[in-house]
Design a protein around this ligand. Structure first.
Ligand SMILES: *[C@@H]1O[C@H](CO)[C@@H](O)[C@H](O)[C@H]1NC(C)=O
Ligand SMILES: *[C@@H]1O[C@H](CO)[C@@H](O)[C@H](O)[C@H]1NC(C)=O
Ligand SMILES: *[C@@H]1O[C@H](CO)[C@@H](O)[C@H](O)[C@H]1NC(C)=O
Ligand SMILES: *[C@@H]1O[C@H](CO)[C@@H](O)[C@H](O)[C@H]1NC(C)=O
Length: 406
């Protein structure tokens, strides 16, 4: 960029920040709701992380068309895929070395290089723009899938998962990546929000990730990190919203016997939502993984986020929620449940609407007809062509949520 242009653009960013300018076609917040072109914007969206990695853009386009036809105006995707130039089978994190041909950043003994693959992500974002879709783009991962935080940390001499939140060298490397990606899309109406990370926690997976430090991480550390990184994103891009991407755990005063309310993982949803540079809250809902009751605990968790939305006066999104198929539950957890997906998700969606949550996105979108057949099935996928499931959970639900906008 020419120095003059850089100065003008810095000035533009500074004035937009100061004036709280919003551009036509960009989603903003208005109290505890989203707003688009001056109208309320409640949405029923979806998750399709794999849209970033399909090698054939005609497939990406087809999947987006199907999502759009179903009324999903917001789709959440991965904006990260970090890999070592040389995969060490005994190294950490244990990402899958060959899961996807397209990656965004490559690491060679501590030195990161932006990959040509990032241009593919640019094309995915442009495609969404042409179709009038909006994307939430997560900037890194707590977990080992697609590399995530531990690739930075392992490469830059850190020993613990949570060094990612505190070590200046690691934070700077992450900011460099964030700047590279975010600065390319500052004026794109296809960005719904930038998301600091997928499910940031103090710790991660016991075998696939670096360990959590014995005493170095808590809600104060995580909140300070979210404050610093969200302010950094806003300094580059004042036009788009920023969300944390956390699972929405609470840290209630006086503590709690329930780990999801005790701050044990370093997540304090209220403190995060109160940050000036965070526009909306997020929470995820996986009673299968969390050993929680889908019909009692889960609606209480949703209602607690409804309460938080009203209390802080900013929107909250139920941004991932899923209930396994019986087969997946048996094979991955070795248990059986008599609660069906229609029952569980149906109840959560109704609860979300009753609480007037600002948006929701089930995990995850399933489509057929791609050049290789069906999109990926991780045991949570809802295939649009399966009308038994998609009828109520996608098509009917979208209509009910859209009705909130009239
Ligand atoms: C790409 O996808 C489109 C539509 O999904 C398909 O028609 C086409 O054959 C695919 N191309 C290749 C090279 O696989
Ligand atoms: C990636 O590289 C770093 C730095 O050399 C190393 O510590 C780590 O174990 C590597 N991980 C993998 C999966 O190759
Ligand atoms: C489902 O199982 C629970 C016990 O796990 C039981 O209390 C409940 O009655 C069962 N519900 C149905 C509909 O079978
Ligand atoms: C369609 O959804 C129903 C209800 O969840 C499920 O029982 C059935 O197995 C699904 N069909 C296919 C072909 O996946």
């Amino acid at each position: 960029m020419f120095p003059r242009l850089a100065a003008v653009s810095a000035l533009l960013v500074a004035s937009a920040n100061a004036l709280g300018i919003s551009l036509p076609g960009f989603v903003t917040t208005k109290g505890s709701q989203f707003s688009l072109n001056g109208k309320p914007f409640f949405f029923a969206g979806t998750n399709a992380y794999w849209l970033s990695f399909l090698t054939n853009l005609s497939d990406t386009s087809l999947a987006m068309d199907k999502a759009k036809a179903a009324g999903h105006s917001v789709i959440r995707i991965w904006g990260f895929n970090d890999k070592n130039a040389t995969f060490d089978p005994n190294g950490l994190p244990q990402y899958s070395p060959d899961s996807d041909a397209i990656f965004f950043q490559s690491w060679d003994n501590g030195k990161p290089t932006i990959s040509a693959g990032l241009q593919h992500l640019d094309q995915v974002i442009s495609l969404a723009e042409r179709k009038g879709l909006k994307l939430t783009v997560a900037l890194t991962n707590n977990w080992a899938d697609y590399g995530g935080m531990d690739v930075y940390t392992a490469n830059l001499g850190g020993s613990f998962h949570d060094d990612f939140y505190t070590a200046p060298k690691i934070k700077n490397a992450f900011k460099n990546y964030v700047r590279t990606l975010v600065s390319r899309h500052v004026l794109s109406p296809a960005i719904f929000a930038w998301e600091l990370g997928n499910e940031p926690r103090c710790g991660a997976d016991g075998t696939r990730n670096l360990p959590r430090s014995p005493s170095g991480c808590d809600t104060a550390v995580m909140t300070a990190w979210a404050k610093e990184i969200s302010a950094f994103v806003k300094s580059i891009d004042p036009f788009h919203m920023v969300v944390v991407g956390s699972e929405g755990f609470f840290s209630v005063p006086g503590g709690s016997d329930d780990w999801a309310y005790s701050g044990a993982d370093g997540v304090d949803s209220e403190a995060l939502l109160r940050l000036k540079t965070i526009d909306a809250g997020t929470f995820h809902l996986y009673p299968d993984w969390w050993s929680k009751d889908p019909l009692t605990w889960a609606p209480d968790f949703i209602a607690a986020h409804g309460t938080l939305q009203r209390k802080v006066g900013k929107p909250v999104i139920m941004e991932e929620y899923g209930w396994m198929t019986p087969e997946a539950r048996l094979s991955s957890l070795g248990i059986v449940s008599n609660v069906t997906r229609l029952q569980a998700l149906g109840l959560w969606q109704d609860t979300s609407i009753a609480q007037r949550l600002a948006g929701d996105q089930y995990w995850q979108l399933g489509v057929d007809g791609l050049s290789f057949g069906l999109s990926t099935n991780d045991g949570f996928t809802i295939y649009m062509q399966n009308k038994t499931e998609a009828g109520p959970l996608i098509f009917d639900h979208v209509k009910k949520v859209q009705a909130l906008n009239h």
